[in-house]
Structure formats: structure tokens, C-alpha cells
Design a protein around this ligand. Structure first.
Ligand SMILES: [Zn+2]
Length: 692
């Protein structure tokens, strides 16, 4: 029987607050661990019941029964992971460290159980023979579960299963090694400057940070620390070309310098093991294994989408380089444009051409107004949603705002929590979380959270945003809408539970409404005078959108194509010698026509943490894959009259409401009437197609 949980623990029973909002006022740190333990025990017992049910498998006793397991674990998990990201404490971090490996063990135990695989196979056979009738969502779930189990190795003979398990453990260890080594290498590669004259151009805050970074390590001078990207942000402001060169070369050399922090042997072993595992599981290579789990389905489809973009992007980057070369020569008559010059001269050309700076825009972009008159207004115009702040409901931190969402008939839709400000206890970046997943099975409405990291102004002062934050607000709210408008039966198919290569699609689409004149004129209003943003400022903003996109697309594609190239190798083709890494990169990029010397891939292999530290191996293409669907959908809206309630309704019913209950590509085709095309993306990024 399940471990019993103290009935006073707030996770012991479903929340009685509206929409089952977790009772954050009652939840304390000590409640999490016992709830996790009881939740895992409860789910194991529930699985056991499903797997030992003597009745022939059917929808109710297998698929729905599985969906009903783990309710307590879901309650504690969703509250916990949200708070760990948004308002962490050393105590919560200690719980995370303890619970993360136990959770992964828990799910392995449940899903690598041979009896589960056999039961699902039996159900599939019965469905095939017409003995049971599965509705579409249940059939989709069955297919998904079976594929997940096969992909995990559940269908293999025991000996091969053990091999997969051994490879998995080794891969996990190597990914951790890669991340750890890379962190040490990046710290080691920071550039020390001892002559303050060499820091010319650096903003006061950057200079102070460099001073502090040096002092922290007991060094005298200024330490320029490296971010993960190839192209370091300080290259925009550093005026001294020699310092820029040192910084850029230090960045590109990370992980390939020999010595104890060299990552190349680790990455080669990872590539080989991933290829071996793919072969054991019956796939041609790791890229094929990963693509199958997304909407791309095959590595060939990924390649067919990425490869034609590469020459178009590179051609544009070469054109951009001509302008930058001219700007560089005004400072350094004999210099040839290099990677360490690009950001600085791109910024200069941008300023000359568009004279656009944040200081001019910010008075027109006040947070409260952008949220209500921008983000919420667009959702009202498109989907008929209304938002009412519920000050009687509390979030997990005093800065969290709670809004009740209703439809145009006044029917409840869900809760939206907005947590906008940065604070020491919050992770960097911006994201959406779900606290309660919508499902008809449990008759539950969604509760979703948006997190941003906007610096909080002193009390009493308005929060004035940069344009990037405005786009981020609309982007994250696109994820929130995916959760809020979900209308599915099965909780595991709710809202944003979709393949990784399309999860960014609805959020990217929602960014379009930030640019919509009918929305912009309501939210972009001077916070003191009430004047709308001047038309010339709006025009400049719009015109600057495509600037430097040749560079941005080339560096992104460089990284995405390197990721694919490594993971399309057969195990026996993976080189042993670390000296082979660089030539491999060069030929992989040249093969697709990426040959702009001053544009490095966004990450080179030896510091490609997304791919060799875990997470995005063979999946870095996902961002652009989503954007192809996004740009094509933006065009669909434009063809149909743009911001209109009936267009919103079509998008909602065809796509947003369906979550993961069907294949997203099928849903897209249902809306668009055809397969996605790359033309709209090329046009948006200002790239002209190149015939090859
Ligand atoms: Zn996103």
C-alpha cells in the first residue's frame, strides 16, 4: 500500500482553491519531500494494479487507467518545479538534488516494465482486430506510448536491453563530464586585461563587472568572462581591436586547446555511443532516432528543410559583410573584416541606418499597459478572452499576479499567473509553466504561469521596457495561450505537451501581434504624456527587423547543421583522433555552403553544451523548424485579414486547443491546407532564395 502522507500536508488532497491553484500560502519546504515519496509509492502501486488486471486490455482499464495514475506526484511536481525555477532557496535546491535522480529512476522503473509493453502490444493487437474501438486521442496515446517504450529498448531481448542501459548510464556520465569540463574551460579562457586603456568603449557596468570578476579570482586587472556563444557580447563595445581579437579567439578555442579541459575526446565518445545505441534500437543513426520523436519524423526531412536555407543565409551574410567592411575601414583603413569586428560594426551600421535606441522607445513601453492593452487585448480580439485580476488569490511570491481568464460568454477558462520581475531567487531567461493541466478526464481547467526577468524599478516608478521585453511578453503568452485554450480529454496530451520541434510554434506566432498596428497603437503610449509612439519610430523599428539576419541565420544554421552532421555518422565512422574534430566541422559546413569566414557557428562542437551537455542532441534544428511553421502561419493570418475573431477561432479550434492529442503536422495541414513552406521564413528574414 502507498506510503501514507500526513493529511495536513497541503499536497495530500487536491487543492480546494479556485481552479485547484496550489495553496502556496500553506506550502512549506518540508512538505515537498514526503509528498514526492508518497506520490512515487502511490503511482507504483497504481501501475501494479493496471499491469496485474486480469481483464483483457481495453481503453478504460489500460489507457485511461494509466492516465489516472500519479495524481499526487503530479501535484507536488508541478508546484515544486515551478518554485525551484522562480523562487528557489538553498533548501529547495537540496531537495532538487536529492529528488531528481530518484524521479528518473522511478519513471524508468514504470516504463521499462516488460509487462507494460506486453499489455500495450496486446491492446494494439485487439484494436487492429476490431475487438476494441479506440477514439482518435486514445489511439494517438497508444501509438505514442508504444513508440516511447520501443525507443527506450523495451522490445529488445534482455541482453541488448542491458547494453542499452549501460550505454545510457555512460552517456549520462559523459554529458555531465562535458558540462563540467566546459565550465572549467570557459572560466579558464576568460581574458585578463591589465591596461585600463584597452577597455575603451566598455560601459561602466561592464567595466565594474570585469573588475569584480578579476578580484573574485584574486587577479589584478579586469577579467572579460565568456558567455556560451561563439560571438561574445562585449565585442560590440570594445574599441581596441587587439583585445577584441584575443577575446574572440579565446572563445572559439574553448575545449580544443589540449590539456585537462579539452572536451573533444568526450564529445567523440558521446557521438559514437549515441550512434551505437541508435543501431541497437534499429535506427540508421542518432539523428534518425531523434527526428522520429518530433514532427520532422526523419533526418532527411530535417536536412531538406535546413540545407536550402544555408546558401541563402550565407549569401546575405556576405552582402552584410560588405557594409561592415566599409564601416571598419573608417577606423582601420587597412583592416579586413574578421569575426571579432562583426558585432561592433554591425551595431555602428545599424545606428547609422536606423538611429534607433532603447532610450527613445522605453517611455512608450510601460509594463502594465503592454500587458493589458497589448498582450491581453490581442487575446481578446482573437480568442474572445477577458482577464480579471484576482487579488484574493496568492502566488508563490508577492510579485506574482493572478488573473482569472474567462471567455466572451463569461464562462471560466483558467488562471494566468504573471511573474515578471527579476530577483536573486529566480533563474535567468523567460519561460512558461503549467501548475494544472487542462483535461476533461479530470474536469480540470488550466493554471499557467509566465516568468520573465525584467529589472524592477524603485518603488513608485513605472516599469519601462525594451522592445526585446515586449516581444518576450508576447512570446511567453503564446505558450500560456497554448495551455489556457487547451481542450483535450487526456491530461498527458494537454496544452504544450507536444514534440519539442513544434513547442515554440504557437509562442512564435503570438509574437506577430506585438507588431500589429491595431494593437500597437493601444499599448505603445507615452507613460507620462499619453501620446502614441511616433509613426517614424514605429517605421524604423519595423525596418530594422531584418538587419543582420544574414549573420544571425548563418550562425544558427552552422550550429544546427554541425549537430546533424555529427549525429548522422555510423559508429564505425566516428573518428578516434581529437585532431579530426576541426576538419570534420569545416567539411560539414562547406558541404552545405556555409563559407563566410567572419561568421562562426553560434557554438562550435567543443563547446556546444546544448548538444554534448545533453538536451538538444540532434535536435538543435527545432527552433528553426518551429519558425518555419510560425512564419507560414503568420502569412495565413495575413491572407485571411489578420487580427479578427474568426481567424483566432480557426487557429484555436484547429491547433491551439488540440495540444498533443494529434500529430501537429496534421493539425497544421488542416489549417493551411498544405505542407509548411519555407518561403515566408526567407521573406521575414530578408533572405532571398538561392538556386542550387
Ligand atoms: Zn518559447
Amino acid at each position: 500500500m502507498p506510503v501514507s502522507l500526513d493529511p495536513t500536508n497541503p499536497f495530500a488532497t487536491p487543492s480546494t482553491l479556485p481552479y485547484r491553484l496550489p495553496d502556496f500560502a500553506a506550502i512549506r519546504e518540508e512538505h515537498y519531500l514526503p509528498a514526492f515519496e508518497a506520490g512515487m509509492a502511490e503511482q507504483r502501486a497504481e501501475f501494479e494494479q493496471v499491469l496485474t488486471d486480469p481483464a483483457e486490455p481495453d481503453e478504460e482499464n489500460t489507457l485511461l487507467a494509466l492516465e489516472r495514475t500519479g495524481r499526487l506526484l503530479d501535484r507536488v511536481s508541478s508546484a515544486f518545479w515551478n518554485v525551484v525555477g522562480s523562487d528557489s532557496t538553498p533548501g529547495l535546491e537540496a531537495i532538487e538534488e536529492q529528488i531528481a535522480p530518484r524521479l528518473s529512476e522511478h519513471y524508468d522503473l514504470l516504463y521499462l516494465d516488460r509487462r507494460l509493453f506486453d499489455r500495450l502490444e496486446a491492446l494494439d493487437a485487439r484494436a487492429g482486430a476490431g475487438e476494441v474501438d479506440l477514439p482518435d486521442d486514445a489511439a494517438h496515446l497508444l501509438e505514442h506510448l508504444r513508440r516511447d517504450l520501443v525507443r527506450a529498448g523495451a522490445a529488445l531481448p534482455t541482453e541488448k536491453q542491458e547494453q542499452v542501459t549501460r550505454i545510457n548510464a555512460r552517456i549520462a556520465a559523459l554529458e555531465a563530464t562535458f558540462s563540467r569540463t566546459l565550465l572549467a574551460e570557459s572560466n579558464d579562457s576568460a581574458v585578463l586585461v591589465t591596461d585600463p586603456a584597452e577597455l575603451a568603449g566598455l560601459a561602466d557596468a561592464e567595466r565594474a563587472a570585469a573588475r569584480e570578476a578579476a578580484a573574485d579570482r584574486g587577479m589584478d586587472g579586469w577579467l572579460l568572462e565568456l558567455s556560451l556563444f561563439s560571438t561574445q557580447p562585449q565585442l560590440v563595445t570594445l574599441a581596441n581591436r587587439e583585445v577584441r581579437r584575443r577575446l574572440h579567439q579565446a572563445s572559439l578555442a574553448r575545449g580544443s586547446r589540449g590539456g585537462e579541459h579539452d572536451t573533444r575526446a568526450t564529445l567523440l565518445e558521446l557521438v559514437r555511443l549515441r550512434a551505437e545505441r541508435a543501431r541497437l534500437l534499429g535506427y540508421e543513426h542518432h539523428a534518425a532516432y531523434v527526428a522520429e520523436d518530433g514532427t520532422a519524423k526523419t533526418a532527411a526531412a530535417v536536412h531538406a528543410m535546413l540545407a536550402p536555407l544555408a546558401p541563402a543565409a550565407a549569401a546575405n551574410a556576405r552582402l552584410e559583410a560588405v557594409d561592415l567592411q566599409r564601416a571598419l575601414q573608417a577606423d582601420e583603413p587597412d583592416a579586413t573584416l574578421e569575426g571579432w569586428d562583426w558585432p561592433r560594426y554591425a551595431e555602428r551600421v545599424r545606428n547609422e541606418r536606423y538611429a534607433l535606441d532603447d532610450a527613445a522607445l522605453r517611455p512608450y513601453l510601460e509594463l502594465e499597459r503592454v500587458v493589458h492593452e497589448g498582450v491581453f487585448r490581442a487575446a481578446h480580439e482573437l480568442y474572445g478572452l477577458d482577464f480579471t485580476e484576482r487579488t484574493d488569490l496568492v502566488g508563490y511570491h508577492p510579485q506574482v499576479r493572478v488573473f482569472e481568464v474567462s471567455d466572451e460568454h463569461g464562462h471560466p477558462v483558467g488562471l494566468f499567473l504573471g511573474d515578471y520581475y527579476t530577483r536573486a531567487s529566480k533563474q535567468g531567461g523567460a519561460w512558461m509553466n503549467s501548475l494544472v493541466d487542462q483535461s476533461r478526464l479530470f474536469d480540470e481547467l488550466p493554471v499557467v504561469v509566465n516568468n520573465l526577468n525584467i529589472p524592477k524599478p524603485p518603488d513608485g516608478e513605472p516599469t519601462l521596457l525594451t522592445w526585446d521585453f515586449v516581444i518576450t511578453l508576447f512570446h511567453e503568452f503564446g505558450h500560456a495561450l497554448h495551455g489556457l485554450l487547451s481542450d483535450v480529454r487526456l491530461p498527458s496530451q494537454s496544452g504544450t505537451d507536444v514534440p519539442r520541434d513544434v513547442v515554440e510554434f504557437p509562442s512564435q506566432v503570438n509574437e506577430m501581434w506585438a507588431w500589429e498596428p491595431e494593437i500597437l497603437r493601444h499599448y505603445a503610449v507615452h507613460h507620462v504624456t499619453g501620446e502614441p509612439m511616433p509613426a517614424e519610430l514605429v517605421d524604423t523599428l519595423r525596418a530594422s527587423r531584418r538587419f543582420n539576419e544574414g549573420f544571425a541565420t548563418t550562425e544558427y544554421l552552422g550550429a544546427a547543421l554541425l549537430d546533424q552532421a555529427w549525429h548522422r555518422l555510423a559508429p564505425e565512422d566516428v573518428p578516434d583522433d581529437v585532431a579530426a574534430v576541426e576538419p570534420f566541422e569545416r567539411s560539414a559546413l562547406a558541404a552545405v555552403g556555409i563559407d563566410v569566414p567572419a561568421v562562426a557557428p553560434r557554438y562550435r562542437s567543443a563547446y556546444f553544451k546544448h548538444v554534448f551537455g545533453g538536451g538538444y542532441a540532434a535536435a538543435y534544428y527545432s527552433y528553426l523548424w518551429s519558425e518555419v511553421l510560425d512564419a507560414d502561419t503568420v502569412e495565413w493570418f495575413a491572407e485571411n485579414g489578420g487580427l479578427r475573431r474568426d481567424n483566432g477561432e480557426r487557429f484555436r479550434s484547429a491547433l491551439l486547443s488540440r495540444g498533443g492529442s494529434a500529430d501537429m503536422m496534421d493539425l497544421f495541414r488542416g489549417l493551411r491546407g498544405r505542407d509548411p513552406e519555407v518561403g515566408p521564413l526567407l521573406a521575414r528574414r530578408g533572405l532571398s532564395p538561392v538556386s542550387v
